[in-house]
Design a protein around this ligand. Structure first.
Ligand SMILES: CCCCCc1ccc(-c2ccc(S(=O)(=O)CCO)cc2)cc1[C@H]1C[C@H]1c1ccccn1
Length: 238
């Protein structure tokens, strides 16, 4: 996809998001708002033009799958509707390359706000782990709002929301002591999910914050469980 006009932006946003995801939660005023087993969800309360755009950062540890598998299923258009319960309709507008697609998604309406749609490019890539920490290479999927001449914002019934999302995964292998082949029992996947969603038009701060608090934990728990279930009986994708 390196010759496509979007490539410079895709490359820049992906690397920015990888850096942002790897910043630890020490600085930056993150407040923990949800916990479930190994999943911890943090947010910062921010408003842009009177609209809630609370950045979200979730960290999670999932046994039995690799970062490649986690990112593969997050990126795959074919399975999106199997796990994405808040999307009413999903269309692939453009397949720029094997690793880059442009999506239009109509999201289920969040009462009392108007229904939203999102139009974004989605890119998956492996990033070598150059600091030879004990983890494997990073896999990242980045979703970032973009434009498309056939689908201008706010031209239909939906308010166009703007999003930047990244899923950054790293696999840790604890090999069997007896030198036998690695099995899923030897795999641990560390996940960082970051998201900034600008609702694109006014929505009550109280409603938005309540929806985020309810929907994000459900969303990440459902997605990661979906990947565990899909991978259970399949060969490991390293
Ligand atoms: C007034 C309504 C404001 C906006 C509602 C809304 C829409 C989309 C999204 C969203 C868009 C993309 C992604 S993704 O990770 O890129 C995967 C691909 O679908 C994820 C979540 C979020 C929210 C915010 C509610 C919040 C919410 C959170 C998790 C699920 C549903 N709703």
């Amino acid at each position: 996809a390196t010759e496509h006009k979007l490539w410079p932006e895709i490359d820049r946003v992906c690397l920015e998001q990888l850096h942002y995801a790897r910043l630890n939660l020490g600085e930056g005023g993150w407040q923990l708002f949800a916990e479930d087993g190994e999943m911890r969800m943090y947010k910062r309360e921010e408003e842009v033009g009177g609209m809630v755009v609370d950045p979200l950062k979730a960290v999670h540890i999932v046994k039995g799958v690799t970062g490649h598998e986690m990112c593969h299923y997050f990126f795959s258009a074919d399975v999106r509707m199997d796990w994405e319960t808040t999307v009413e309709q999903m269309t692939v507008l453009e397949s720029i390359a094997e690793d880059t697609q442009v999506f239009l998604q109509i999201h289920k309406r969040v009462w009392p706000a108007a229904q939203r749609d999102s139009l974004f490019w989605s890119h998956i890539r492996k990033v070598p782990n150059i600091r030879d920490e004990d983890g494997q290479d990073f896999w990242i999927v980045c979703n970032h709002s973009t434009e498309h001449q056939d689908f201008p914002a706010n031209s239909g019934k939906c308010v166009r929301l703007f999003l930047t999302v990244c899923l950054v995964c790293q696999t840790f292998i604890d090999p069997p002591k007896d030198g036998t082949d690695i099995t899923r029992d030897n795999l641990t996947c560390k996940i960082t999910y970051c998201s900034v969603v600008n609702p694109g038009g006014w929505a009550p701060a109280s409603v938005l914050r309540a929806v985020y608090k309810r929907e994000y934990p459900k969303f990440l728990k459902r997605f990661t469980q979906y990947v565990i279930d899909q991978c259970a009986d399949k060969p490991i994708m390293f």
